[in-house]
Design a protein around this ligand. Structure first.
Ligand code: ZN
Length: 270
């Protein structure tokens, strides 16, 4: 399933595998001035490349190595595009470093991405009309970067900013890294955020401030209950409530317990 949107010169693609007649767990990517920012999942390669059949793609950049962001890398590379990602991400995407095995839900929703000849990014990515600064934003994954176009105020943020009030995270998320990266993003002069789920945030300063406040407030609660001797499960119930549907869909990989544990990483008596 593919939905295409246009935001000035930026074209957005909202992509998902179609299961039982509807798209499930959308992922987003964007095209501007010959540059693809992320590339959907393995199941949406055909739809995405068909949508860009008449449009030359010179370069693909990936915000991080996750399987729902690198799917069409090889297809664009086969048509002449260079593929770039942060150094640790490019190692996984190219196959030089091992990709962690996908869990069942990841294989069903997004599939295994094909390897592509990803090269490490420099500090800037240049197109004919734009310059994008590469901003390291670890947290969602250690290899995550955002792409910032200062003269337009665009930030392509991948999964570094996700809308809504988080009640869980995927295993491996470093929530304190997420918050530090959000603060780094909030210090930029941004007019639009293009997110990894294909939504476009038109009030970035407010959205980022609210997100940082929410995550810091929840962190304070988690640490306070931890100090009083409650265990992870008890803290999760009090701070984030019951596990959500996504916990069951992901067989526990995405959970409130992981969010609590991430807040407590490194604390004594964890
Ligand atoms: Zn991700």
């Amino acid at each position: 399933m593919i939905h295409i949107t246009q935001h000035g010169p930026v074209r957005g693609f909202r992509l998902a595998r179609t299961l039982l007649g509807r798209g499930r767990y959308y992922t987003g990517c964007f095209f501007v001035d010959g540059l693809m920012i992320d590339a959907g999942c393995a199941f949406t390669v055909g739809e995405l490349t068909a949508a860009l059949a008449e449009t030359p793609v010179h370069t693909v950049v990936n915000t991080h190595h996750h399987e729902d962001h690198v799917g069409a890398n090889l297809a664009f590379q086969a048509k002449g595009a260079a593929v770039l990602a942060s150094e640790p991400a490019s190692a996984i995407i190219s196959g030089a470093a091992r990709r962690a095995p996908l869990m069942a839900y990841q294989r069903v929703l997004w599939g295994w991405p094909e390897k592509s000849a990803a090269q490490p990014l420099g500090e800037w990515v240049e197109t004919d009309h734009h310059r994008f600064q590469v901003i390291p934003t670890p947290g969602h994954s250690p290899d995550h970067v955002c792409f910032y176009e200062p003269s337009e105020g665009w930030l392509f943020c991948g999964d570094a900013y996700v809308g809504g009030k988080d009640r869980g995270v995927r295993l491996g998320t470093d929530i304190r890294g997420v918050i530090a990266s959000l603060k780094k993003m909030a210090a930029l002069d941004i007019s639009l955020i293009f997110t990894g789920s294909a939504s476009v945030v038109t009030d970035p300063a407010k959205a980022l401030a609210e997100k940082i406040d929410y995550l810091e407030y929840k962190g304070k609660m988690v640490r306070e209950y931890h100090r009083r001797g409650f265990n992870v499960r008890q803290i999760r119930k009090m701070v984030f409530g019951p596990e959500q549907m996504i916990y069951y869909v992901t067989q526990g990989n995405f959970s409130g317990d992981h969010l609590v544990m991430s807040y407590l990483e490194g604390e004594a008596g964890e």
